[in-house]
Design a protein around this ligand. Structure first.
Ligand SMILES: Nc1ncnc2c1ncn2[C@@H]1O[C@H](COP(=O)(O)OP(=O)(O)OP(=O)(O)O)[C@@H](O)[C@H]1O
Length: 593
């Protein structure tokens, strides 16, 4: 299979970087080599912070602690058991296993559903404090505050370590560069940009973050292990939160989410620090702090992105285009599977609500709602502002939302399932306020929407993706087809709403919940959406629930209307009957108590 242009670019850059590592020892003195060996290992650790924070949005101070766990695994084994190849392998395995287990526990604590990013940062800040306290209380076993020194370790000249650590760093950086540009990398960006939408696309975001945290912990631990082997010294500072914070600063200065920025930034700052900190021991820390504050205020993206943009203006266009190139994805129509052609029973309700209530403290927002919706029904939920319509949507799509009552999707109870669990039952939902991934391109959003059907590659992007006919139709008729490379943030409001609808349709749901899908759309677009919805209802037998304030649209597309008022279901029947009822007229004119 021919290599994609991106792989060619990364191969050339990796080859050049490896050449620099190879010739380094011939032009650098031993002291500089030893400074750079440390810098390479810290750059690997900074890379893990970048993948967690820059790519996935998990601000973590724990990577220093995992580095420390790796370093202490080597120090403890070689001090108390001695060094052989066997003990080294055992210590390395223990370092990686312990780090991954601790990361899984920290992730489990940090990523329970609903946890805020601040809570996550605090949890990761606690880990280094606990690890350092354990080291202090370990007495002669851990060396307490003095650490462990002078143990036997693999013998390699400084030049050997330079080649080994430099090669490892270059290869890991290249892998990370390819990884964050793959479809899996886009999935991590999606979790960073909009976790809620990701979950409603069926992505188990907590698991994704915990697994990433475990692998990043293993890498940081490996770097710490090698660090202890090189210097034959380990100390509490190699695990503390100051070190963890320094790594976050290096990543912020270099340019988070760029991979190269944090690596180059860490090497540069470590190198400068080795020379300047001995001349200006305390002032240097202040200088780093001041640079950090200035960069955060003036260049919030970090140093690499503006430097790259300046360079890009001077470099040949061909080179810049190659570096920026993304493979265009071809979207093609799929044969659709709807309720009419699947095994889903047409005689049992697609969506069934029995006695659903929702309370916020003493405020009763939904009160004993009973609704049965059959396959092929298009039901409008109407009611004045604050009637409880959106709350009802939330209760149907998230098992943790309702206070009591039973909800079944395609005959299966949602119990206390997460949104991703309910998506797997066949439910798709759009939001009142458009919910998308601002930093991604349209084509990337569409590939993500097929997450449940096409598992994302960790090294490449899909070049052909099938979309259901209805999704293709909206894509083509809104003109989004011609804007596949556009960043979502740059799309006009109507296009964003259309994109969200396409993403929900791409899930191939049997039950579709749409919260004001035509808000802000032109009349032509509203007509088109109406036509597509009635088509999905009639041709594929989808059960569609629609919240709408636009009565003309409701009359045009719905087969049945449900009226909510102050959390109670007060009318449920054919559209004309409900629209013409005196009660509805009175509710909307505000004359009903
Ligand atoms: N998180 C919350 N905490 C407390 N009260 C809430 C919360 N969310 C909604 N409510 C209240 O629940 C009631 C129903 O709100 P909801 O958003 O479901 O109404 P709605 O019918 O969708 O209104 P609109 O048409 O304006 O969107 C309102 O009184 C609202 O203030």
């Amino acid at each position: 299979m021919p290599l994609h242009v991106r792989f060619k670019a990364v191969s050339i850059l990796t080859g050049l970087a490896l050449l620099v590592v190879l010739v380094g020892p011939f032009v650098l003195d031993p002291y500089t080599q030893s400074v750079l060996v440390r810098a390479f290992l810290l750059a690997i650790t900074a890379l893990t912070v970048d993948l967690l924070w820059g790519t996935t949005g998990i601000l973590t101070f724990a990577q220093g602690a995992f580095f420390g766990i790796g370093a202490y695994a080597a120090g403890l084994m070689f001090t108390h058991v001695g060094y052989t190849v066997g003990t080294m392998m055992l210590a390395l395995l223990a370092a990686i296993a312990v780090s991954m287990l601790v990361a899984a526990f920290v992730g489990w604590l940090a990523f329970w559903q609903g946890a805020t990013p601040l809570y996550v940062a605090v949890v990761t800040l606690v880990l280094p404090i606990v690890v350092v306290q354990l080291i202090y209380s370990g007495g002669t076993f851990t060396g307490s505050s003095s650490g462990l020194v002078g143990f036997d370790a693999p013998t390699l000249s400084m030049t050997g370590w330079f080649w080994f650590t430099g090669t490892l760093m270059v290869l890991l950086t290249a892998c990370a560069w390819v990884f964050i540009r793959s479809d899996y990398g886009r999935k991590l960006n999606a979790v960073r940009d909009n976790e809620t939408r990701s979950r409603y696309l069926g992505i188990p975001t907590s698991n994704v973050k915990i697994i990433l945290m475990m692998f990043m912990a293993a890498l940081a631990s490996l770097a710490g292990f090698i660090y202890a082997c090189v210097g034959t010294i380990v100390a509490p500072e190699h695990a503390d939160f100051v070190f963890g914070t320094e790594l976050v600063i290096y990543v912020a200065l270099g340019g988070r989410g760029t991979v190269l920025g944090p690596v180059i930034g860490t090497i540069g700052l470590e190198w400068a620090s080795a020379y300047v900190s001995s001349i200006l021991p305390f002032v240097w820390t202040i200088i780093i702090g001041a640079i950090f504050v200035v960069v955060i205020v003036v260049l919030p993206e970090g140093l690499l992105p503006p430097i790259w943009r300046t360079l890009a203006r001077r470099l040949p266009a061909r080179f810049v285009n190659t570096a920026k190139s993304t493979r265009a994805t071809v979207f093609h129509p799929l044969v659709e599977i709807g309720a009419k052609s699947s095994t889903t029973s047409l005689t049992q309700p697609a969506l069934s609500l029995t006695g659903v209530t929702k309370r916020y403290g003493h405020l009763q927002v939904l009160d004993g709602i009973d609704i049965q919706i059959m396959p092929g029904e298009l039901v409008g939920i109407v009611g004045p502002n604050g009637a409880g319509k959106t709350t009802l949507m939330r209760c149907i799509s998230d098992g943790m939302e309702r206070s009591s009552g039973t909800i079944k999707v395609n005959g299966k109870s949602i119990d206390h399932k997460s949104p991703e669990g309910i998506t797997a039952l066949g439910l798709g939902r759009s939001f009142q306020n458009t919910s998308l991934f601002g930093s991604l391109r349209v084509s990337e959003c569409l590939r993500l929407a097929r997450y449940r059907h096409n598992k994302p590659s960790k090294i490449d992007t899909a070049d052909r993706v099938g979309l259901p006919l209805a999704a293709m139709e909206v894509l083509e008729s809104t003109g989004l087809q011609t804007q596949l490379q556009e960043q979502v943030n740059n799309l006009p409001h109507g296009m964003k709403r259309a994109l969200e609808l396409i993403m929900v349709l791409s899930l191939e749901p049997n039950v579709l919940l749409l919260d004001e899908p035509t808000a802000g759309l032109t009349k032509a677009d509203r007509l088109m959406i109406g036509r597509i919805l009635t088509d999905l209802q009639n041709r594929l037998g989808l059960a569609i629930v629609l919240i709408e304030h636009d009565f003309d649209f409701v009359k045009q597309v719905c087969s049945r209307l449900v009226v909510l008022h102050r959390g109670e279901l007060i009318l449920d029947g054919p559209v004309q009957e409900v629209v013409n009822s005196d009660l509805v007229q009175e509710i909307y004119s505000g004359h009903v108590e």
